[in-house]
Design a protein around this ligand. Sequence first.
Ligand SMILES: O=P(O)(O)OC[C@H]1O[C@](O)(COP(=O)(O)O)[C@@H](O)[C@@H]1O
Ligand SMILES: [Mg+2]
Ligand SMILES: [Mg+2]
Length: 330
Amino acid sequence: MSTKIHLEQYLKTTKAKGASIPIGLQELLIAVANTCTTLSDEVAQGALIGLLGSAGTGNVQGEVQQKLDVIANDLLIEGVQECKALAGLASEEMELPMPVQGTGDYLLLFDPLDGSSNIDVNVSIGTIFSILHKQNPIAALQNSDFLLSGRHQAAAGYVVYGPQTTMALTLGDGVVMFTLDKATGQFVLIKDRVEISPTTKEFAINMSNMRHWAEPVRRYVLECLDGVTGTRKKDFNMRWIASMVADVHRVLSRGGVFMYPWDQREPNKPGKLRLMYEANPMSFLVEQAGGASTNGKQVIMDIQPQDLHERVSVMLGSKEEIERLQSYHA
Ligand SMILES: O=P(O)(O)OC[C@H]1O[C@](O)(COP(=O)(O)O)[C@@H](O)[C@@H]1O
Ligand SMILES: [Mg+2]
Ligand SMILES: [Mg+2]
């Protein structure tokens, strides 16, 4: 790309399904991007300024919080306070939603730092965000306002803090990617039509849980492992970074399948990943890039949430593979 297009400029000039991006949404996305720029520095400096390790607290999900989980959460809350169209926000790290303006067109949901187990070992982590259309912008915010399916997302994306800090973004009309130019502090457009190929030879799953999986997932993975002489007639490669954000970034970049399915370690939990902060935004990106996502029975973005912190089984990526997984669950 010869002329550099910055995020701000992109949002001002692009159209999603023929319409300009509302100013309130532009402001909100810029505020999230600016916060992620700060966070990218904090992540990079983590070991030097004492930000690694556990915070000594637990979140609403009963998980140990890392210092950077807490810092990322606080930075995001602070970063969006002035956004006039933002009625309220909800975070994986907080039990209850928080009003911002109380009224307005949008609701922001985020996983402030995804891949917590990778923070201390210097492996890619990231921030995932989902922006919902508030159904009644002028009514005062209620906690139940957040319980909308992924189909109500106005935008979604993530920022991965890896060798490069890269943002993937959808406004409901394709997926674009920007990389942070550390010299200028600007997110620069690097890809303007991200597409996931319908076929793949790569899957991602935590194989150590194999003995706990349900039969359809076992069957799918065992068939991949059988390679060129098996039913799939091709050799598959496997990757597992254990940061959803980095694993999904790979799927968006070169195709593949990502799975964190239900397993019988905790049979009453639908899965490990969270519908509102992880599965919905990632599903929106993947669908917009031509891929698909499912919990085995339902398309993820069609799930009507019952609870803000609801968990879900997740399988997403190259379309033909997701169709195969769905057929094994039928
Ligand atoms: O350690 P496991 O069981 O493989 O789980 C890895 C998964 O957990 C997660 O780290 C959960 O996200 P958080 O770090 O935000 O809790 C995902 O990013 C990742 O896909
Ligand atoms: Mg996460
Ligand atoms: Mg997290």
